[in-house]
Design a protein around this ligand. Sequence first.
Ligand code: FPP
Length: 249
Amino acid sequence: MQAIQYPEPLPQHVAIIMDGNGRWAEQRRRPRLFGHKAGADSVREAVETAREVGIRHLTLYAFSTENWQRPGLEVKGLMNLLKNYLRSELDTMRKNGIRLECFGQKDRLPDDVRKMLNRVIIETKDFSKLHLNLCLSYGSRAEMIRAVQEIGRQCEAGELKPEDIDDQLFSNHLYSTGQPDPDLLIRTSGEQRLSNFLLWQLSYAELYFTDIKWPDFRKDQFIAALEEYAGRQRRFGKTGAQTEGVSTA
Ligand code: FPP
C-alpha cells in the first residue's frame, strides 16, 4: 500500500477559530444548536485529521469569555454538547494517544462539565502523540492579565525581580506553557479577526481565512489549509535570503 503524502512542512501547532455554526444552521432554517451539533462532528474530524497527518498540537476555540452573554438556552446546549463530546471521545483519546488540556476559566464551567473535563485531562495526561487544547471560557486578555498578576505577586514576595521578566518567563505563566506557539491559525466562515484568541502566542503565526463555515470544514478543507501553509515563507523578521540560508553579506 502506498503511503499518503501530506503537505510539507507541516505546522507543529495549529490553532482554529471554529466560526459559522449559527449561520450554517440559519441557512438551513434550523436552530443554532443544530449548527453546533454539526460543528462537534467537525471537531472530531479535525482531531482525527491532525492525528493522522502528524500535527503535534491542536488548539480549538470552543467557548469564549464573551460567549457567556449568548441566550441561556444556547449556552446550556453548548455545555451539553461539550460534556457529551468529552464522554464519547475519552476512549478514542486513550486509543490514539491524545492528551487533553483546557485553556480558560475552568471554574466558570457548570460542575458536571468541569468534572468530566478534569477526568479526561487526568486520564490522558501521559499521552503525547497529539496535544489537544480546548479553549473554554477563554479570552486572551484575561489570560495575560492573570499572568501579569501571578508575576506581580512573585515580585512582591521577592521571588522574582522585574528585570527577570522576559518572553520566556511571561509565556510560562500562560495556559499554553510548555507548548510551542501556533504556526498556523485557521478561521472559518469568512470573518478576518482574532477575537481575543491567543494574542501573545499568535505573534508569528501564519493566518488562513476561509469562507467555509465550521460545520463544513472537514478533512479536505483542513488539508487545503495545510497545503497553503506549506507554500508560505516564514521569515520571523529576517530577509527572505536569510531565511533560505542565502548569504547576501
Ligand atoms: C462559533 O459559531 C462557534 C462557537 C461559539 C462554538 C464552537 C462550538 C463547537 C464547534 C461545537 C462544540 C464544541 C466541542 C469541542 C464539542 P457561531 O455560533 O458564532 O456562528 P455564527 O457566527 O454563524 O453565529
